[in-house]
Design a protein around this ligand. Sequence first.
Ligand code: XMP
Length: 513
Amino acid sequence: TILVLDFGSQYSHLITRRLREYNVYAEMLPCTQKISELGWKPSGVILSGGPYSVYAEDAPHVDTAVFDLNVPILGICYGMQELAWLNGKQVGRGDKREYGPATLNVVDASSPLFKGVDHSVVWMSHGDKLHGLPAGYKVIATSQNSPYCGIVHESKPIWGIQFHPEVTHSTQGKTLLKNFAVDICQAKQNWTMENFIDTEIKRIRELVGPTAEVIGAVSGGVDSTVAAKLMTEAIGDRFHAILVDNGVLRLNEAEIVKKTLGEGLKINLTVVDAADEFLDKLKGVTDPERKRKIIGNTFIEVFEKEAAKIQPKDGEEIEFLLQGTLYPDVIESISFKGPSQTIKTHHNVGGLLEDMKLKLIEPLRELFKDEVRDLGELLGISHELVWRHPFPGPGIAIRVLGEVTREQVAIARKADHIYIEEIRKAGLYNKISQAFACLLPVKSVGVMGDQRTYEQVIALRAIETTDFMTADWFPFEHAFLKNVAARIVNEVDGVARVTYDITSKPPATVEWE
Ligand code: XMP
């Protein structure tokens, strides 16, 4: 395992990501981690970049016990400046900030760090730089603005680089990280999803023990399905999955989940039809945040009631709540956020834990999304489900603008179904990150046959994004849009007009509410 100590760079988690692409397991912890409290010995340590100046009074510094581990160390950007700061303090403001691409000039091609790495493009992002060599170090690479672009200790396996090998703009950065982890640290390349299944099943069995029961909500989405399937592999029917049909799921969703998860994947599943309860509470509500709150709270009530009905056999008790938390959420909560670090907790079912006195079980908390997808396919979950677009918890309630009624939900569902069907037919589903139809509560005049119509409007949305923080609208061919619009107006009663949303995020959000 490689230990990545995070100094707060926006790229830190990418270091972990890149190493895992080479099947090397890496774990990220805040830079303030006490080495004596680590509990395991890493095969190497990477000090990440960060937004601070090492010479600033409140700058974060590494626990120097890391050097007593006697394992290879690689400092990246701030990480290298930290190495220099601890060895002579020759770090200061650069004349120019260096941001963007630079050409790497390898001075010592025999350095194991640069095997397969030559005069390539590297990504820079720094204002501070080394003003001299730290004591005991030599230069192994330069760039036009950085005479100390790469350094190594004369006798110890300690490296520093000014650029960011973890971003894809550094064309050979991945190779460099692999050189460090695999050749220099000799980290094992045994991080595969096959191994993960074996070790995780063992871990779950140990944690849960021979009799305890586990419950968890499933939504029909990737994460909850993969987590549920993994639990089922580990403890069989002692895992109870609950799908709450809140009345604002996609068309036929409850049926589909029953088939794919219950019958197909043999998950011990209960579907609770609580549509009336949710829709009653949503009556007259038009404010999006109120809708979200009502749906969230009602979900907890329904789930608790259902869980109470599950009667484990004699002496057995429901002890755990399964959650499909992924690594990005964990990173969000452990990333180094500055000298006054705040740890966020990320449990959207926090209320459940307290009310029901359950312990949390999160088998996916070490995984990135694409690893969860690989895992899903290995567990026999269909390609279609594994690559499904995300669907918000409040569902169609936030895609029916204005008041949510059964009739409005039915219209939005049908339109959405046609739209997604056409996207799949056109082979575009996997090129799009998320697509859906919204029902706008405005009436518009149309003409059908010889009749004047006066009906509502459907807005179609499709976006491309990597992180859902920013997004761009998807450039459909006109013929595609024309066909979808015709189908929706012809097949969905109550719709007279279809529009396509061409706003990016920002300034718009992905959802309309
Ligand atoms: P926005 O609209 O914030 O959406 O740009 C970004 C991503 O988040 C999803 N989303 C939600 N997911 N509960 C959820 O579980 C919500 O209340 C919610 N609101 C938005 C949205 O579908 C998109 O993928």
